[in-house]
Design a protein around this ligand. Structure first.
Ligand code: COA
Length: 324
């Protein structure tokens, strides 16, 4: 028995912010951003919060998969930019789509979050606890970006993507490998909320820790190493040859990271599906937005093998090989 993707969905806010737009806010240029990252533009929320994007994605999934809403068992949303600490985004989604019998919760694994969530759903389904699940990665990173810091503000975008999965006899998740390296968690941080209450005199200045702080070079090194190792493990463990893989969907953080991964793994660059030029890094939404695009364009057929691989804050990484 396996867990198979039945439908994909995605939603990004309408407002497009180009590199030239950003060069009016910080000291940067289209040339620098494209050369160092491959990003040309990103979609930025004009006020909608993360749950709005997740709900729009969930509604697409319901429609595309023809889900009988009361039969939906599980909703997991991965995000580091939830509207509230509580309720979770998944609870808001449950309410908005009327999936009153679904268990709903969020998880936090930054840019690896979508695949961590899919991994959890897969275990519930394989254990027999649930028959189906909706997994969504949703982010409004624009509220956690310091728009005066050129080294980070050019990288990120807002949006959501997701999949609806079901228990299946064929296809589905073939092999996964996920991991965490907490010892270097300080190289990528954001969203810090200090402990202040009436019983302490916490005068620590922590406002800046709300914003995404990143040691770009260390993250770059981590990304290339962890993804390469993870993909190697998945390919070895599944006895599947690179030639049998139709597409690799990498986390859409930086085209140079993808080039290095492609070279190290000797996987032709053409096999990597890239859309960071239009969305930037949307964290947990990046892989499902790309998967949905591939699907919507009719580029994948049942039986195709697809490798999804990413990395993110934590530090975390995740690779999953699926049969479509
Ligand atoms: N525009 C123009 N110049 C910029 C700039 C920008 N947007 N951002 C940084 N610079 C400058 C720096 O100030 C530095 O100038 P200096 O040499 O005068 O000090 C120079 O460019 C080089 O900076 P550096 O940080 O060494 O660049 P880089 O080649 O490492 O690229 C990143 C920076 C962030 C693009 C790159 O490190 C990266 O992509 N890292 C991974 C980040 C990532 O994937 N994060 C998401 C994790 S999920």
């Amino acid at each position: 028995m396996t867990t198979r993707i039945i439908a994909t969905g995605a939603y990004v806010p309408e407002q497009v912010i180009t590199n030239d737009d950003l060069s009016k806010i910080v000291d940067t240029s289209d040339e620098w951003i494209v050369k160092r990252t491959g990003i040309k533009e990103r979609h930025i929320s004009l006020g909608d919060n993360t749950s709005a994007f997740a709900v729009k994605t969930a509604k697409q999934l319901i429609e595309k998969a023809g889900v009988e809403i009361k039969k939906l068992d599980l909703i997991i949303v991965a995000s580091v930019t939830a509207d509230y600490a509580t309720p979770s985004i998944a609870c808001i989604v449950q309410k908005e789509i009327g999936a009153s019998n679904a268990v709903a919760f969020d998880i936090s694994a930054a840019c690896s979050g979508f695949m961590f969530a899919l991994s959890i759903a897969d275990k519930y389904i394989k254990s027999g606890a649930y028959n189906n699940a909706m997994i969504i990665g949703a982010e409004t990173l624009s509220k956690m970006v310091d728009w005066s810091d050129r080294s980070t503000c050019v990288l990120f975008g807002d949006g959501a993507g997701g999949v609806y999965v079901e228990k299946s006899e064929t296809g589905g998740i073939i092999k996964e490998e996920i991991g965490t390296k907490g010892e270097i968690c300080g190289i990528l941080t954001g969203g810090y909320t200090p402990c202040t209450n009436i019983f302490n005199k916490n005068e620590e200045k922590t406002d800046h820790l709300w914003y995404i702080n990143m040691n770009g070079r260390e993250v770059f090194k981590f990304a290339t190493k962890s993804v390469v190792k993870s993909v190697e493990k998945v390919l070895e463990g599944s006895n599947i040859n690179i030639d049998e893989i139709k597409y690799v969907i990498p986390h859409q953080a930086n085209a140079r990271i993808v080039e290095i991964i492609s070279n190290k793994l000797k996987i032709p660059y053409e096999k990597f599906y890239i859309n960071m030029d239009r969305y930037g890094n949307t964290s947990s939404a990046s892989i499902p937005i790309a998967l949905n695009e591939l699907n919507e364009k009719g580029l994948i057929e049942r039986g195709n093998k697809i490798l999804m691989t990413g990395f993110g804050g934590g530090m975390t990484w995740a690779t999953m090989l699926i049969s479509w």
